[in-house]
Design a protein around this ligand. Structure first.
Ligand SMILES: [Zn+2]
Length: 224
């Protein structure tokens, strides 16, 4: 696949209806699927080589992907682009910066919305997301820093409970949150966000508080 437009007409109405507005937004160039060219970009790419990575600005986007990237992976990046550039969803920042913790949290909170839709259209993606969450839970078992452990377990809870409510990961992370006295506030924050009763910023504050991360200077800004 060399351009996002190649998804059109192949995977049903739900895919077309999401991808077409994204293509319309970027004009005739579309959204090319490329390998990164510059050395600096290659370094970033190496870190994320299993994933398609999107570079966006308001008028131009590329998807970086390997030649064998699956249509569901490419569709997933289109979902991110749709949220930010068509729906106008804002992203988390702190003091006008994006520390690594916030970049990860932003991604996870967006995934709470878009992955359930992805799993409806591409049910075969389930194994990938289950393994991804299981890996986070396993990696976190060895985390020594209590704040980092609480943050990572909270994020894994949000994802597993939302995508696969009865999974082992959902049960393990729920038990952890109950043990830490965090379960009630995190579950309430999760359901309020998913039901549209609260914003991404509200949920981010709940997660960061659980992870003992300072909230000062936290806000939302438009994605450039
Ligand atoms: Zn994503």
């Amino acid at each position: 696949m060399r351009n996002l437009s190649e998804l059109i007409g192949k995977f049903g109405k739900e895919v077309d209806e999401l991808v077409q507005p994204v293509l319309d937004h970027y004009g005739p160039r579309g959204v090319p699927i490329v390998r990164p060219q510059r050395q600096r970009d290659r370094k970033i790419w190496e870190e994320y080589r299993k994933l398609a990575l999107v570079i966006h600005d308001r008028s131009r986007a590329d998807i970086w992907a390997r030649a064998d990237a699956s249509p569901s992976t490419i569709f997933h990046e289109a979902q991110h682009l749709h949220r930010y550039h068509i729906d106008g969803v804002k992203e988390l920042h702190q003091h006008e910066q994006k520390p690594k913790v916030l970049i990860g949290l932003e991604n996870d909170l967006e995934h709470l919305i878009i992955v359930p839709q992805l799993l409806t259209v591409f049910p075969d993606s389930r194994a990938y997301w289950e393994a991804d969450i299981d890996k986070s839970v396993n990696d976190t078992a060895n985390e020594q820093h209590p704040g980092a452990k609480r943050l990572n377990m909270t994020k894994a809870y949000l994802l597993s409970r939302t995508f696969f409510a009865d999974s082992g990961a959902a049960r393990t992370t729920e038990a952890f949150l109950r043990h830490e006295g965090l379960y009630d506030q995190i579950e309430m924050a999760r359901s309020d966000y998913l039901d549209g009763r609260s914003s991404k910023l509200d949920l981010a504050k709940a997660v960061l508080t659980a992870g003992q991360w300072p909230l000062h200077g936290l806000g939302l800004q438009a994605v450039d």
